[in-house]
Structure formats: C-alpha cells, structure tokens
Design a protein around this ligand. Structure first.
Ligand SMILES: [Zn+2]
Length: 232
C-alpha cells in the first residue's frame, strides 16, 4: 500500500463513506448501498405515454411527455436522498441521480428528441442561502450522461415565494403564479425542451414554468422529468 492509499484508508476510517439512503457504511465508492439500490422504487413512466405524472397536467398545460424517475416514499432511501440534496448541502446527490436516471431512460431513447434541459429555477435569495439549486444539480447529471446541454439563464424565478410544502393545490397555484421570467436571449420556438424539477407533488410549479415558457415561445415543445413523484 503506498502513502496515498494509506491516506485514503485513514480518511475513510475517520469519515467513513456511507450510503446516502440508509447511512450504512459503503464498501465501494457509490451513492447507495446494494440494498438501497436494489429496492429503489424506480417508475416505469417513461414507457407509458399517459401515466400518473402526465395526469397532473391534463387540461392544464400541453406537454409532449412526462415522467418521474422514482416513486416518492416517506421514510426510505428516496426521502433521505431528496432531503440531503435539498437541505444537506449535497449537490452531488442531484448529479448522481441525474446520471443514474439518464442511464435508465435513454435505454428507450427517451431523450433523443430533446434539444435543451432547463431546470426549475430558485429565486436568487433562496439559492444564495442554500448555496445551489438542487434542480440544477439534477439537470447537470442528465446533461453529463446525455451530452444534451442545459441552461440556467433562460427561465428565472423573479418572485421569492413561500414554501409549497404545506399548501393545497389551489394555494400552490396561486403562490407560484406570475413568479417566473423567461429571457429572450435564445429563440426556443422550434425547440423541444426537458423541464426538470426535484419532486412533482401537485404539478403547480412545473405548470407555471411551462405556461411562462409557452407564452414567450408559442412554438416551443415541452417535456417534463423529475427525480420523484409524490403520492398525492
Ligand atoms: Zn443503503
């Protein structure tokens, strides 16, 4: 064992690498342990045109296709991953989930017709408090795996809205209405974008983003993808 290997072993013993789903010690350099990986509640939305995800947007905004990578379950690896991505300062969780999910859905060429990935933005005040936008981490991972570019300068959050967590669907829609700004620095009228978010609950945020984008670019096609979908 050379000096750097000894050093790595020493650091790993002091700060053991743990599974981001269950906190058990990991024997390999990965996001999740074998158990959490095996039990990850992966959805099959990308194989079904009309699914639980697209149901959220029926009659509200027209989308080409929509899917979530995981089914959200309270108390489990998915909740742990999302919590640590959003509040634990772990940008890399979003990136890893972006790459893992891209590997899963590109087997069926799901993203072949996508020109650009756009993450749901955070207001700059919230972003500076959190240090990053968790949806951007996910977009970056998807982009790394697929080579589809992502941009964070097209869709901006201009209203610093309160948390959506404890709100009803109507309250959520009112809360995010008119809170996004779409820049005209590129023309997206002939494009097909993938709008990405961390979790879809009622779909109010994604709906508001999509309506703002379509208002600016009536010819734009929008598909949606999230890390997880909530049960409600
Ligand atoms: Zn685990």
């Amino acid at each position: 064992m050379n000096v750097s290997e000894q050093l790595i072993r020493l650091v790993n013993n002091i700060f053991p690498q743990t599974c981001e789903g269950c906190h058990n010690k990991l024997s390999h350099d990965n996001l999740l342990c074998t158990d959490c990986m095996y039990n990850l509640p992966i959805s099959d939305h990308h194989l079904i045109d009309e699914n639980k995800f697209t149901d959220h947007f029926l009659g509200r905004v027209s989308i080409e296709k929509g899917a979530a990578y995981l089914n959200f379950r309270k108390e489990g690896a998915v909740q742990e991953l999302l919590h640590n991505l959003k509040y634990g300062g772990k940008f890399f969780i979003g990136e890893m989930l972006g790459r893992m999910s891209a590997e899963h859905i590109t087997k069926e060429n799901y993203l072949d017709d996508i020109d650009l990935i756009i993450p749901v933005p955070l207001h700059k005040t919230k972003k500076s408090i959190r240090g990053y936008n968790q949806c951007e981490a996910f977009a970056k991972g998807l982009s790394t795996f697929t080579n589809i570019p992502y941009r964070i300068d097209v869709l901006l959050k201009i209203k610093n809205t309160s948390s959506q967590t404890s709100k009803t669907r109507i309250q959520r829609i009112n809360n995010v209405a008119e809170s996004f700004f779409v820049s005209d620095r590129i023309d997206l009228n002939q494009s097909h974008i993938l709008l990405v978010d961390d979790v879809v609950t009622t779909g109010a945020t994604l709906e508001s983003c999509a309506l703002s984008l379509k208002k600016k670019f009536p010819g734009l096609k929008i598909s949606m993808y999230t890390i997880a979908i909530a049960n409600s």
